[in-house]
Write a protein that binds this ligand. Structure first.
Ligand SMILES: [Fe+2]
Length: 444
């Protein structure tokens, strides 16, 4: 009798295990399928460089991918062919820097401009969307307002914007392939074929694997900087600007992890005048997330603050942009604040300037001040206490950011869906700063 009961119990346990295995297998299969590229889309531009650019697109039928291209619309005299399939990815190479090209795929002609050479002094305009992963009326009006704003401030023969970046969470809720279709590919048909798009990986993107299936990132220094060997962290040079992208969700935020070891090497190597870093998780925020709460986002905001910020500041990074918290926040020029908000002191602000006019020396120095800004409200606006002491501007408003860089001046404009500039600041490296400051952080 006892033996029969034991057998029944064992059978029950095996049945439960089998059921859980099937469930897990089914779920894994679903995650896999939802991460695979489907449908017709593109073209879209990846990995911009002075001499090359990657074009990706998808077709319904399996065909040989083919791009005809040239420097005038009438003379697309060069051709690149790829293998047969529905997913196409071709890297045009041997291009001239800072030059306009036209290309034809499937009878449609589009245009792009190659990156200027590293160090070359020509105006740069970035468009940065924060957590844009819903193609809702807010995001669409914000897109139109930012493009209108840029178009009415032309830069000679240069395109309205040079690069299109995000601070992560690009396709809600789960970063499924079909969500990228809805919230990105269907929503930005005019920009995608023309402006190189470099999205940052956010926690919502990380629920599926579509993000890293859909985008091509420069792991071998194809766009400048030090080769990272990882899609999770890399650099892009564009004229005199050095951009750094760090995946704060899946990248290792540990001191000795490969991501921050690479960051140190890259920062020590770059000679670019301007450095902007992008991470999804903000070190300082009191919006829809709270950087003081170590249980919020599993401590990632604390680790960014403690482990990443000292490296950025040591290298004199000018601007660091974040998302995740669906608000807009912007700090004074500051350094050395690596604790929670209670440890903030005014001495960490190298230059308080309520007009947002910051100055740094022409030569980069360790701890010569960084501006921190949360840009997380391009699609959804949330609120919060908005009282982090490091922030001088904190608003529960929708918008996206345009950054104009010209020689020794950086100008940033946070633009809402009506085209109003809700925040504006400048970082000027043209003259000696009107303060004596390079901060001396404790322990440095
Ligand atoms: Fe997020």
């Amino acid at each position: 009798m006892e033996r029969q009961q034991r057998l029944r119990r064992r059978r029950g346990t095996i049945g439960l295990l089998l059921f859980l295995l099937l469930l897990a297998g089914g779920r894994a299969g679903q995650v896999y399928l939802q991460s695979q590229p489907h449908g017709v889309r593109g073209p879209y531009l990846q990995m911009p460089a002075p001499d090359a650019i990657t074009i990706r697109w998808q077709t319904a039928e399996s065909i040989e991918g083919m791009v005809h291209y040239g420097t005038t619309m009438e003379q697309l005299d060069q051709k690149l062919e790829g293998p047969a399939g529905t997913l196409h990815e071709l890297r045009l190479s041997g291009l001239k820097p800072d030059s306009r090209y036209f290309y034809r795929i499937d009878e449609q002609i589009h245009t792009f401009r190659t990156s200027p050479l590293p160090g070359s002094d020509r105006p740069i305009r970035l468009w940065i969307q924060g957590d844009p992963g819903y193609a809702n009326p807010t995001a669409m009006a914000g897109r139109d307002a930012a493009m209108q704003w840029a178009a009415t401030r032309p830069r000679g023969l240069l395109p309205a914007i040079d690069l299109w970046l995000t601070t992560g969470d690009n396709a809600y809720k789960s970063g499924k392939d079909e969500e990228f279709q809805q919230h990105l590919f269907d929503a930005y048909p005019r920009l995608l074929p023309t402006v190189p798009y470099i999205p940052l990986h956010g926690n919502h993107d990380a629920r599926r694997n579509a993000f890293y299936n859909l985008f091509t990132f420069p792991t071998a220094a194809e766009a400048g900087g030090v080769a990272s060997g990882s899609e999770h962290y890399f650099a892009v040079d564009y004229g005199q600007l050095h951009l750094i992208f760090l995946d704060s969700h899946d990248g290792d935020l540990g001191h000795d992890g490969e991501m921050l070891q690479w960051l140190k090497r890259d920062l020590a190597t770059t000679k670019q005048r301007w450095i902007i870093a992008l991470l999804h998780h903000p070190p300082y925020t009191r919006g829809s997330h709270n950087s003081d709460d170590d249980g919020d986002s599993r401590g990632r905001m604390r680790r960014v603050r403690e482990n990443v910020l000292p490296l950025l500041e040591q290298a004199g990074v000018d601007l660091a942009l974040f998302g995740h918290s669906h608000v807009y926040e912007r700090s004074h020029l500051m350094a050395c604040h690596y604790g929670d908000s209670s440890s903030f002191s005014e001495g960490m602000q190298l230059q308080r300037n309520d007009k947002g006019e910051y100055h740094k020396g022409l030569t980069r120095h360790p701890y010569d001040g960084t501006v921190y800004s949360v840009v997380g409200s391009s699609a959804r606006v949330h609120s919060g206490p908005l009282d982090h002491p490091a922030m001088t501007v904190a608003k529960s408003v929708e918008g996206s950011l345009i950054v104009d860089i010209e020689a020794e001046s950086l100008k940033a404009y946070f633009i809402n869906s009506q085209g109003q500039v809700l925040d504006h600041y400048t970082i000027d490296k043209g003259a000696a700063p009107p303060y004596s400051a390079i901060a001396q952080c404790p322990g440095t």
